[in-house]
Design a protein around this ligand. Structure first.
Ligand code: FAD
Length: 285
């Protein structure tokens, strides 16, 4: 099923994200976790893609297995920063052959060794290429606090508008820990005439290490209220996990109560965390 059709249906949607394993030894364990998460009955599941493309076969395999074994539609990510046109064409063929009709088209993080694709400078180049090659439902990434490489939020929004106009059906946001950041971004995006659905990305934080890593990679602001929770409960894994699930669930409830209809949860491949969130929303969704 196309995600653009799902997002048009009445009522809220909650989707869940998993990432593929880095090695084949971990494949079965990761696929089992991904399918356990899919059985929680989200609107759709997304499967990330290694920026270097080295694990691209696992992205396809996990996305296809989820669809086949659980019936939950999948969104396969695709990055271009280390790819050429021939590789992207092969990936599109593979996605098509595996019944994957939804793609999140991304540039990917810049490789540390300074290497770059000569075919794709930005996600917009990939979006145009995919649009020219077939009828996929296409999503893109957006950054309520501005992308970390872009010094001015207004410039980042200009690039986002161009990316959307190149043919996106929906956007998913980077994680944020304060909903005001999302509301402010949504206002600015709509003012810029970005009218496609924007799915709010929520990451449940279950350890201080995860918070430090996520905040450093994305530049996401950590509000004092959440910092205090992590400082207080961080040394107790069980308490931190519970507090992180509740914080994320409260964020989602506030978003829904303010008319936001589409939420995406970064599960970090943890079925118990995803289940905790779904349980907290059981009557709400
Ligand atoms: P772009 O849209 O190309 O933007 C990147 C930067 O370039 C921005 O600063 C933007 O302002 C600037 N820019 C854009 N167009 C232009 C232009 N024409 N001229 C000058 N500057 C321009 N990474 C992975 O490796 N695998 C994944 O599966 C993955 N999934 C993600 C899912 C979501 C929802 C999000 C939010 C991020 C994900 N990422 C993933 C991370 C993402 O790849 C990085 O954030 C990456 O640095 C930017 O990707 P993008 O597609 O947003 O890039």
């Amino acid at each position: 099923m196309r995600i653009s059709d799902l997002l048009r249906q009445p009522g809220p949607t909650l989707s869940l994200e998993v990432f593929p394993p880095k090695t084949s030894e971990k494949y079965e364990e990761t696929a089992a976790a991904a399918k356990a998460i899919a059985r929680l009955n989200p609107a759709f599941m997304s499967v990330t893609y290694g920026a270097g493309g080295g694990t691209s076969a696992f992205t396809t395999q996990i996305a296809a297995e989820i669809q086949r074994e659980t019936g939950v539609p999948t969104l396969a990510h695709l990055t271009c920063v280390s790819s050429d046109r021939a590789h992207v064409a092969r990936m599109l063929k593979l996605y098509r052959e595996n019944g994957i009709e939804n793609i999140l088209a991304l540039r990917g993080d810049l490789p540390a060794d300074g290497s770059r694709s000569t075919d794709y400078a930005h996600a917009i180049d990939l979006i145009r290429d995919i649009r020219a090659q077939g009828d996929f439902c296409l999503g893109g990434a957006c950054y309520p606090e501005g992308h970390i490489e872009c010094p001015h939020k207004s410039e980042d929004l200009e690039h986002l508008k161009e990316k959307v106009d190149a043919g996106l059906d929906f956007l998913t946001t980077q994680m944020f820990f304060s909903n005001d950041i999302f509301y402010n971004f949504l206002y600015r995006a709509r003012e810029k005439d970005i009218q496609i659905p924007i799915i709010a990305g929520i990451m449940p934080i279950t350890s201080p290490r995860q918070l430090a890593r996520s905040a450093a990679m994305s530049g996401t602001e950590v509000p004092q209220r959440f910092r205090a929770i992590v400082d207080f409960f961080g040394d107790s894994p069980a308490a931190m996990k519970q507090a992180g699930i509740i914080y994320a669930t409260e964020q989602i409830i506030d978003l829904l109560a303010n008319g936001i209809r589409h939420i995406h949860v970064y599960t970090m491949n943890k079925p118990d965390v995803a289940a905790g969130i779904m349980q907290g929303l059981s009557a709400i969704l």
